[in-house]
Design a binder for this molecule. Sequence first.
Ligand code: HPA
Length: 236
Amino acid sequence: MSIHIVSEEGSIAETVLLPGDPLRAKHIAQTYLTDVVCYNEIRGMYGFTGSWHGNRVSVQGTGMGMPSFSIYAQELIDTFKVKRLVRVGTCGTLNERLRLKDVLIVQAADCDSGMNPSRFGSYQYAPVASFPLLQKAYRHAVESSLAFAVGNVFTTDQFYDTKHADKLAVACSVGTLAVDMETCELYTLAHLKQVEALTLLTVSDSLLTHEQVPPEERQNTFNAMVGLALSTLFDE
Ligand code: HPA
């Protein structure tokens, strides 16, 4: 039993989708899975287990930002023995190649958080996706004619940051495609704990033009990304 996910041993699948928003977890479970059981409601951070085309899969909300994400991911891995974690979230684009509603398959994460310096000191660890999942996601994205890119994300601690302009200029100068707030922690934990991880993101807003995808349209692109996540995980 863990502190933030309170459920029986065996109630969570080895493969978990991780949206930030717990209501998105509910939407994914209701839309894609059969035989769904809700295994966690603590703090409203819903978790569900069900079946997709005969494959057991769970969906767990994580909240926003690396510290919140880290709690849920560690409890899933340490207590519930989860082996494959795919974050399904949104990002802000930094590059004209990545347009609103496109999907980003995240190869690696830059970061401004204090978490990895606190863990590793002066050693600058490189948080990267699990190659087998990255490769499968790429193949499925090509086959499904999805508008997508493969590239790096800047995982930031602050959504509202007075130093935003300076940091984004650096991110653009090294070709980083978008901004999120969780992937660096997912990729770091996956390597520390020897599990597989991948982040897929749909572009919800542009940090170049300040355009946003209207909320009513977000669900459609989000659904296409969840389809990509599931077909990648179960290689269908
Ligand atoms: N910044 C950080 N995270 C995000 C953004 C953003 O602009 N958009 C979606 N996730």
